[in-house]
Ligand binder design. Structure first.
Ligand SMILES: C[S@@+](CC[C@H](N)C(=O)[O-])C[C@H]1O[C@@H](n2cnc3c(N)ncnc32)[C@H](O)[C@@H]1O
Length: 196
């Protein structure tokens, strides 16, 4: 089994660059595959502490808009990034997100992870529920033709989730990123061409 290193090279690199989390390098890697236009609108689900927000804000530039949401408060960022506190399972949340975005999103990202209990069955059920909630939020906030990047775990309802992505998007691929911790079961789904 891979050795767990809490302060590995990505953690140290994030500290050196003043980024809020090592997760920033994951979205950097993913954005090499999903080209993000300057001026785009992006919704980031599960944004705290803000590593993805920092990178997304730079990618869209001052004429773009990045809205993050998390159940815990995120640190403040300069425009074009804003973050709000909310639970993605809340059915009233998409209306707030659309208002903060100022229109439908070109890209929805999700790095959401459940708080683990150590009980495999419960943790898998929670992870599946959050993927389902992220899909529901994306359905309400993404523009037709838009894209989604979302973390999933190779467990539980992975196959069922994948089938849902394939029904919603024209092209779906699953990838790993180098910045994931060694031995991690996390994967990222890149889905393009939202059918609307
Ligand atoms: C791995 S962290 C995200 C890291 C972030 N991408 C970054 O770059 O800093 C996962 C986040 O998902 C959030 N989360 C978990 N359940 C959530 C829910 N129901 N609604 C909103 N956020 C949630 C957690 O609070 C946590 O901050």
């Amino acid at each position: 089994m891979a050795k767990y290193e809490p302060h590995d090279r990505f953690y140290r690199k994030a500290r050196e660059k003043g980024l809020p989390s090592r997760a920033a390098f994951k979205i950097e890697e993913l954005l090499r595959r999903v080209k993000l236009q300057r001026g785009a609108r992006v919704l980031d689900l599960g944004c705290a502490p803000g590593g993805w927000l920092a990178i997304l804000g730079r990618a869209v530039g001052p004429e773009g808009r990045v809205v993050g949401v998390d159940i815990v408060a995120c640190r403040e960022f300069p425009p074009p990034v804003v973050s709000i506190v909310g639970d993605i399972r809340d059915v009233r949340l998409p209306a707030r997100l659309l208002e903060a975005l100022g229109g439908k999103a070109d890209l929805v990202t999700s790095d959401i992870a459940p708080k683990l209990t150590g009980i495999a069955e419960r943790d898998e059920a929670q992870a599946d529920e959050l993927v389902e909630a992220a899909l529901t939020a994306a359905r309400r906030t993404l523009r037709p033709g838009g894209a989604m990047i979302i973390k999933v775990f190779m467990a539980g309802g992975f196959k069922e989730s994948l089938a849902r992505f394939e029904a919603m998007f024209g092209k779906v691929e699953v990838t790993r990123v180098r910045a994931s911790r060694p031995g991690s079961s996390e994967l990222y789904v890149i889905a393009r061409g939202f059918r609307g």
